[in-house]
Design a protein around this ligand. Structure first.
Ligand code: AMP
Length: 282
C-alpha cells in the first residue's frame, strides 16, 4: 500500500490512474478504524479498480479541544487494517499540508448544516467538514465517494455541497455497522467504561421505541418522539436531541410520510454519541 502526504503527491497518482483508465473509489476518514470504516473500504475496493482511504483528524471540525486531544490515533495499525480491506492508497496529509499559512477559504452549506448537529456543535463543525471534504475530493478526484449512514447529517450536507459545487462524483451511502448488542460502532466507543457502555444502549432503545410506534401505525411526529424520549429516560439517558426530520433538508416533520429520519444525540459519560434510523413510512 502506498502512503501520500501532500495534495500534489495524491493528485499525481490519481492523474496516472485515470490516464490508465482506472476507476477510483474514495473513503474519507479520521482514522481509528473499526468494522464500520472497514465495510466502506471493502465496498470501495470491490466497486472500483483503485481504492483510496484518507486519514486526517481534521482540527477545524472539532468544537471541543478535549475531544480533539482525546481522539484516538494509530496510523500504523490503521494502515495494516486498510490494506487488509483492499485499500491500495492511504492519503494521510499533515495539518501543515492541508492548512498552510495564509489558508483563508471556507465552504459553508446553508440550511441543512444549521440544525441538530450544526446547532449543538456550532456553525464551525459542518463548515470544517465541508471544507476538508472539498479539499480531499480535489486531491483524490474519485469516481465514487463512500460515506456512512451513521453520520446522516454529514451525508446530507456533503450531498448538498457536491451538487451545488458540481463535484463530478457519485455518493455511495453505506449502512451503519453495529456491535452485536446494537450500539453503532464509533471510534469514540473505546472511551465508554463500565456502566456507561450499558447506558450507551439508550440510543438504540430510543430508536427502537420510535420505530415500534411507527410500525403500530402512529403518524404524529410528537407521539413517536415521545416514545423515543421515554425509552431513553428509562435507560437513564437524557438526549441532546431526539428528532424526526426530512432526511434531505433535516427540517422537522409534523406528520410522518415517505422517507423519514429519526436522529438522536446524547452524552454518555465522557463521550458524545449519535445514531439514527432511516425509515420509509407509507
Ligand atoms: P470518521 O472517521 O468517524 O469521520 O468516519 C469516516 C466514515 O466512516 C464516515 O463516512 C462515517 O459515516 C463512516 N462510519 C463511521 N462509523 C460507522 C459505522 N458504525 N458504520 C458505517 N459507517 C461508519
Amino acid at each position: 500500500m502506498q502512503i501520500f502526504r501532500t495534495p500534489r503527491e495524491m493528485q499525481d497518482f490519481v492523474r496516472e490512474s485515470r490516464r490508465a483508465g482506472k476507476t477510483i473509489g474514495f473513503v474519507p476518514t479520521m482514522g481509528a478504524f473499526h468494522a464500520g470504516h472497514l465495510s466502506l473500504m471493502r465496498r470501495a475496493a470491490s466497486e472500483n479498480d483503485v481504492a483510496v482511504v484518507s486519514l486526517f483528524v481534521n482540527p477545524t471540525q472539532f468544537n471541543e479541544a478535549a475531544d480533539l486531544a482525546a481522539y484516538p490515533r494509530d496510523e500504523a495499525a490503521d494502515a495494516r487494517l486498510a490494506e487488509s480491506a483492499g485499500i491500495q492508497v492511504m492519503y494521510a496529509p499533515d495539518a501543515s499540508a492541508m492548512y498552510p499559512p495564509g489558508f483563508a477559504t471556507t465552504v459553508s452549506v446553508a440550511g441543512v448544516s444549521e440544525v441538530l448537529e450544526g446547532a449543538t456543535r456550532g456553525p464551525g463543525h459542518f463548515q470544517g467538514v465541508a471544507t476538508v471534504v472539498a479539499k480531499l475530493l480535489n486531491a483524490v478526484a474519485c469516481d465514487r465517494v463512500y460515506l456512512g449512514q451513521k453520520d446522516a447529517q454529514q451525508v446530507a450536507v456533503l450531498h448538498r455541497m457536491i451538487r451545488d459545487l458540481d463535484f463530478d462524483v457519485d455518493v455511495v451511502v453505506c449502512a451503519t455497522v453495529r456491535e452485536p448488542d446494537g450500539l453503532a460502532m464509533s471510534s469514540r466507543n473505546a472511551r465508554l467504561r463500565g456502566d456507561d457502555r450499558t447506558r450507551a444502549l439508550a440510543l438504540r432503545h430510543g430508536l427502537d421505541a420510535a420505530l415500534g410506534e411507527i410500525a403500530r401505525g402512529e403518524r404524529a411526529m410528537e407521539r413517536v418522539q415521545m416514545a423515543g424520549l421515554r425509552a431513553m429516560h428509562e435507560k437513564g439517558v437524557d438526549p441532546e436531541y431526539f428528532a424526526i426530520v426530512d432526511p434531505t433538508s433535516f427540517m422537522p416533520l409534523a406528520r410522518l410520510n415517505g422517507d423519514v429520519l429519526i436522529a438522536v444525540a446524547a452524552r454518555v459519560g465522557p463521550v458524545r454519541l449519535i445514531d439514527n434510523e432511516l425509515v420509509h413510512v407509507s
